[in-house]
Design a binder for this molecule. Structure first.
Ligand code: SF4
Length: 316
C-alpha cells in the first residue's frame, strides 16, 4: 500500500549559512504559531487514517540542525497521537549528519531523510555559500543509506559554475531512493540577485533547464532512482522570481521534452508511430512549444518535418 505523506513546513529560523540563492528574511518571518497550526493539522490527518502507512514530513528546514530539545518536541507533537503505521520524514543539511545524529533520528521514528545537497561539485558548492564540499556531501548520503534510512537528494541545476558531470557520477554512485530537482531561479532580495544584476551570474535558459532535467530523468530511470519532483516548490510566490527558468508547468514540459526525444529516435528509425490523446496534448500544450521543437529537431532527418509533425498530431 502506498504511503500517505502529510507535510509540515518548518523554515530554518536562525540558519547560520549564507546560501546565495536564499532570502533569509522571509525564512525567519515564519512563526511558532504557524508551526503549531500545522502540527495540529498533521494530528488530524493521523486521526483520519488509522492503520494506513503514513508519514509526517518535516520540510523546508534543516531538522537535524535544530537543538535536540526542539527536534524531540516536534517529533513528540506527532508521535504522541500516532499509531504503529506512522513514521517521520525530514529534510536536512548535509553538515548536520553524523552517526550520533542518525542514532537520534532512529529514536524519533524517522525513516526517510532528504538531504539538500544542491550540487556535488566542491567549487560550485563554495561559490554558492553552502559551507561543505563534495566529499562531505557524498559521505552524508552514504551514511544515511548505510544507517538504514530511505535517502532523498535535492539538486539545484544551474548553480554558478555547475555542470551535470559530477552530479551524474555521484547519483550513479550513491543511488538515492529518490531525487528532487529544483532548477535554480533568481529570487528577489538574495545575494544571487545582486550577482545577476551585476552580470556575474547568468541563469539557465528555460530550454537548457528542461533539457538538463530530461537528462536527469533519463539517468534516474536507468539507475532505478525515483524522481518525485521537477520544478519549483509550490509555495514560491511568482512575484519573487527575478530571473531564471521559471515556468508554472515545468514538470509537464520535461515530460514533453522526453517524449519529443523518443519521437525523433523512432522517426529516424522509420518506425510507425501512433500518439495517444495524452501524448498529443503534451506536445501541443503551451502554444505548441514542443510541436515547434519537434519540427526543428526533425529538420536534418526528415524531408518534410512540418508535414511529418502535422500528420503525427492529427487525430486518428
Ligand atoms: S538555503 Fe541555505 S541559507 Fe537558506 S535556510 Fe537553507 S541552508 Fe540556510
Amino acid at each position: 500500500m502506498k504511503k500517505l505523506i502529510f507535510p509540515v513546513f518548518i523554515p530554518m529560523q536562525g540558519c547560520p549559512h549564507r546560501c546565495i540563492y536564499c532570502d533569509q528574511s522571509k525564512i525567519s518571518g515564519v512563526g511558532e504559531e504557524e508551526i503549531r497550526t500545522q502540527l495540529a493539522a498533521a494530528r488530524s490527518f493521523l486521526d483520519r487514517h488509522p492503520g494506513e502507512p503514513k508519514e509526517i514530513a518535516f520540510y523546508g528546514g534543516s531538522f537535524t540542525a535544530l537543538s535536540l530539545e526542539k527536534q524531540h518536541s516536534l517529533a513528540e507533537a506527532i508521535l504522541s497521537s500516532a499509531d504503529y503505521k506512522t513514521s517521520l520524514r525530514i529534510s536536512t543539511h548535509p553538515l548536520y549528519i553524523n552517526a550520533d545524529i542518525l542514532a537520534n533520528c532512529h529514536k524519533l521514528r524517522i525513516s526517510c531523510i532528504e538531504l539538500g545537497i544542491q550540487d556535488f561539485n566542491t567549487a560550485v558548492l563554495k561559490a554558492s555559500g553552502r559551507g561543505y564540499d563534495s566529499e562531505t556531501a557524498l559521505n552524508a548520503c552514504q551514511l544515511v543509506k548505510d544507517s538504514g534510512f530511505m535517502l532523498g537528494v535535492q539538486l539545484l541545476p544551474g548553480l554558478p559554475g555547475s555542470s551535470s558531470t559530477e552530479n551524474t557520477l555521484a547519483l550513479k554512485q550513491i543511488k538515492p531512493h529518490y531525487l528532487r530537482l529544483y532548477p535554480l531561479i533568481v529570487i528577489k532580495d538574495t545575494p544571487l540577485e545582486t550577482l545577476y544584476r551585476e552580470g556575474k551570474y547568468r541563469p539557465l535558459s528555460l530550454d537548457t533547464a528542461l533539457e538538463l532535467c530530461a537528462d536527469y530523468a533519463e539517468l534516474c530511470e536507468n539507475e532505478g532512482i525515483n524522481i518525485i519532483k521537477i520544478g519549483l516548490p509550490s509555495n514560491l510566490n511568482p512575484a519573487d522570481v527575478i530571473a531564471g527558468p521559471w515556468h508554472p508547468a515545468f514538470g509537464e514540459l520535461v515530460k514533453a521534452e522526453r517524449l519529443v526525444r523518443q519521437l525523433v529516435l523512432a522517426i529516424k528509425a522509420g518506425m510507425e508511430i501512433k500518439l495517444d490523446k495524452k501524448q498529443r496534448a503534451l506536445i501541443m500544450a503551451h502554444s505548441g512549444r514542443y510541436q515547434a521543437i519537434l519540427q526543428k529537431r526533425l529538420e536534418n532527418c526528415c524531408k518534410n518535418p512540418c508535414q511529418t509533425v502535422t500528420s503525427l498530431l492529427a487525430k486518428s
